[in-house]
Write a protein that binds this ligand. Structure first.
Ligand SMILES: *Cc1c(COP(=O)(O)O)cnc(C)c1O
Length: 366
């Protein structure tokens, strides 16, 4: 028996529940192309995420990439480098230029006070990330976007089920992308979705994920193939039945981590945000080596020796990737650089034992 503790563990329904859910597929032989499961999951997610409209995709990345294409953006997009590769790639793969804005050191989302100075006549949009499910400074971003007539697209890959001011997080901005990847709070194995309000986007997104097909003889968009299939949708239907319990368990574990680590000198935790219902997606700790007596990499190694796999997430900054490093648009983001060098996310998933969390904290506190 391997007792290693991974940083995350995908949620799964029981095998019986999944088999029951996919049985109809053997009657219909309808495997993909927006079938019954797809339609049902869309309906359930609209309700659960409390959004007006949602369009499902084969994964979160394609959802974001095709969303940017659907918005017909041109020029520069203000974003942050403290994110997963996908955010920056989606911008660049659309022929757009990422302009890297720094993040704030409280919740690690975009520093809204630094956006305005980066706006030029070529700026078309702001693409902030709700990092770890922490909500960005939505009001300030909205205000700037309005003043300069910019689109706002949120990377809400981490923010499944998060609520801000009693509304689903997907209601903010022009659109938001959710990821349903296996490693996320909610999964459809691989999968993703875009929430939006503009009616025109609905048809565009639908066509773009299906080769730009308008009807059998007309193709009016340079689309891709990014459809969610029926087996993915069935997994989503099953997982959604249990998601509230999973989030409650995460919440309890985060509470335990916080109790055990809040007095550890040199280890900083993110403060819970006001007006936010969290999904407890990640357990990040900031390791201040001058006070803790060990740096982040050393702590990561020490945990690993004990069979505990934490993750340097996000490290490195996307602007430091070989494919972006020497591009003219790389700007200085000192706060993001500092956080990326000192952040560590600890194991967190619904079935993680409380005893294991205790043991992880003992090692960190030691
Ligand atoms: C996971 C993730 C994505 C991409 O989603 P996939 O479903 O894996 O394609 C994009 N942005 C962020 C911040 C993510 O964590």
């Amino acid at each position: 028996m391997n007792n290693d503790i991974m940083v995350t563990k995908a949620i799964l329904p029981s095998l019986e529940e999944y088999v029951e859910e996919i049985k109809d597929i053997w009657d219909t032989h309808w495997l993909t192309n927006m079938g019954e499961k797809h339609i049902a999951l869309e309906k359930h997610l609209k309700k659960y995420l409390d959004v007006k409209k949602i369009s499902l995709f084969c994964n979160g990345h394609m959802a974001l990439e095709l969303l940017l294409q659907a918005l017909e953006l041109k020029g520069e997009v203000i974003t942050t480098p403290f994110t997963f590769a996908s955010t920056t790639h989606a911008i660049v793969r659309n022929g757009l230029t990422p302009i890297f804005c720094d993040i704030n050191d409280k919740d690690y989302t975009i520093d809204a006070d630094k956006i305005e100075e980066l706006i030029t006549e070529n700026t078309c949009a702001i693409l902030p990330v709700h990092v770890y499910g922490n909500v960005c400074n939505i009001e300030k971003i909205e205000q700037i976007a309005k003043k300069y007539k910019l689109k706002v697209i949120y990377d809400a890959a981490h923010a499944f089920g998060v609520k801000y001011r009693n509304k689903g997080i997907g209601n903010y901005g022009d659109a938001a992308m959710f990821s349903f990847h296996a490693t996320k709070v909610f999964n459809t194995i691989e999968g993703g979705g875009v929430s939006f309000t503009d009616e025109n986007l609905e048809k565009k997104l639908y066509q773009l994920k299906n080769f730009g097909i308008k009807n059998q003889e007309e193709i009016d968009g340079i689309g891709a193939n990014a459809k969610m299939n029926e087996f993915q949708a069935a997994m989503g239907i099953c997982n959604l039945r249990h998601i509230d319990e999973c989030i409650i368990k995460r919440k309890e574990l985060v509470g335990l981590y916080r109790d055990r680590l809040c007095n550890c000198i040199g280890i900083h935790l993110v403060e819970p945000q006001k007006d936010v219902v969290s999904n407890y997606a990640y357990m990040p700790i900031y390791v201040d080596e001058t006070k803790y007596g060990m740096n982040r990499d050393e702590l990561e190694k020490k945990l690993r020796i004990n069979g505990i796999y934490s993750r340097k997430y996000f490290y490195p900054l996307t602007s430091d990737f070989a494919c972006y490093k020497n591009n003219a648009y790389t700007s200085e983001t000192p706060v993001a650089r500092n956080i990326a060098g000192r952040i560590l996310t600890l194991p967190l998933y619904d079935t993680l034992d409380r005893e294991d969390v205790s043991r992880i904290c003992d090692i960190i506190n030691e």
